[in-house]
Design a protein around this ligand. Sequence first.
Ligand code: NAD
Length: 258
Amino acid sequence: MVTIDLSGRNALVMGVANHRSLSWAIAQRLHAAGARLCLTYAGERLQSSVEELAGTLPGTLTLECDVTRDATIDTVAARLGEQLGSLQMLVHGIAFARKEDLEGAFVATPREGFMAALDVSAYSLLNVTHRVLPLLEKQGASIVTLSYLAAERAVPSYNVMGSAKAVLEQSVRQLAYELGPKAIRVNAISAGPVSTLAARGIHGFTGMLKQHAEKAPLKRNVTKEEVGSCGLFLMSDLSSGITGEVIYVDAGYSIMGW
Ligand code: NAD
């Protein structure tokens, strides 16, 4: 039997809002494998719920980080440097688009809505990576972000978030190329729909869940635990030969041609 042992390794997990968050599912798996975690929360509104969750994973740090404010990212990097010394894992489970830009006509997306979605959901991957790079490059590391099929297909209501995911996936490839010589791997998990806070902001999400389960080869939706397990795999040495990839955890939906 293969067991994954991440003891002695540190993970920065960004994007936990509540117990439904995909980042939380990954965090739980990493902690169970022995990793030490730091969870970040986007603002004071989420502080108590994230601290409560972190309290269930002994030894876990919590820090505020709003990726639209570079100073908060730098503070996280500095605190991690002081308290952990190095990072071997970065989980980027962050996305945002304005509600009004996730309904109606994509063609009418205003500049500020487009920029906001791209900034938080895609640019933040490279910006955070850059700012924690001195911690990541000490012993090699693995970075995982979360994407969705709308990066490459037209999906109703996904609108500007599809554009952001396309940029995110290309950023994964470019970062994997650039950071490979530093022994840093970068991959994305393209997850099937899971009911979370962010997903419920997509107009018609419940219908999407139903249709997905009907069409997917496994005839069901995926669970956040399955996304968590893939995150654990990508963080572990079991995936040491994989970088720059988008791995689908979607019950097979993406292979279908109709
Ligand atoms: P979620 O709402 O639990 O997580 C989204 C996170 O983004 C939240 O923690 C939120 O606080 C954070 N965030 C938003 N703006 C931020 C900012 N300015 N600074 C820092 N953090 C910020 O929902 P989720 O579904 O777990 O989303 C996680 C990732 O998974 C997202 O990238 C999402 O697009 C992706 N994804 C989700 C699904 C799904 O169906 N749930 C499917 C495929 C991909």
